[in-house]
Design a protein around this ligand. Sequence first.
Ligand SMILES: CC(C)=CCNc1ncnc2c1ncn2[C@@H]1O[C@H](COP(=O)(O)O)[C@@H](O)[C@H]1O
Length: 269
Amino acid sequence: MTDSRSAERQAGPLTYRGREIPRSTTDQRLLDRRGPTDWVHTDPWRVLRIQSEFVEGFGMLSEVGRAVCVFGSARVKPGTPYYRLGETIGDKLARAGYTVITGGGPGLMEAANKGAALAGGTSIGLGIELPFEQALNEYVNMGVTFRYFFVRKTMFVKYSQAFVVLPGGFGTLDELFEAITLVQTGKVTRFPVILVGSEFWGGLVEWIRERLLAEQLISPHDTDLFQVTDDPDEVVESIRRAHAEWERAVEEEEAVAELEEALHEAENA
Ligand SMILES: CC(C)=CCNc1ncnc2c1ncn2[C@@H]1O[C@H](COP(=O)(O)O)[C@@H](O)[C@H]1O
């Protein structure tokens, strides 16, 4: 313990004692315009920027209805088979009443946004600031551009109820494995992850079974955490089915809770 209370300073939730006590108070430093400005490049300041990205993202997305994220390569060109597949999936999701969310970039993100926008749906792009210039693709009708990858990833998961994964590179694989890990660890529940393109994904799925499963690095039921299809209608149907099951489960949970409450009241009457 320090000798006396006077040798202590409370600065918000922080306590300083003895020689650690700062020479000025936080307010003095805030109101004093002199002094170095390098604090704008410090981590505590970045934390505020990170917070503001969460606030902007939550603010824009919280009123979006049922939504599906579509991921896929930034590099696939318009007019190619994968691009057309992306457009079809965006279109069908929008017609089924889902908002389509993508990374807002070019390639298959653009394809899904295009399909959704031209079908009259809500087409969202969650862009990311990159070292080279890039704007949200022209088919995004609601967008946010993030500075931080991890804030953006939180938005993908929080505001969608399914992930559709088209062929892609590292970015797409990152998003795919994040989603599967979140489902595997129970951080998100009843969340369909649908890989589109059996020829493209076949090798990876085989490796998961023959290597990860065979070496017991995943559980047998973990291979059910994702499904593979080539059929855009099946993509929409699987998502619909999962949501119908989810709604039934929620209704059941609510009915059980009401029953329990009624029982509790009757016991206390
Ligand atoms: C031409 C080029 C490389 C542009 C990059 N521009 C990007 N804009 C927005 N999201 C991106 C971009 N690159 C990667 N991503 C993210 O990672 C995935 C695609 O990465 P990849 O092309 O598969 O690895 C997308 O689903 C997206 O969420």
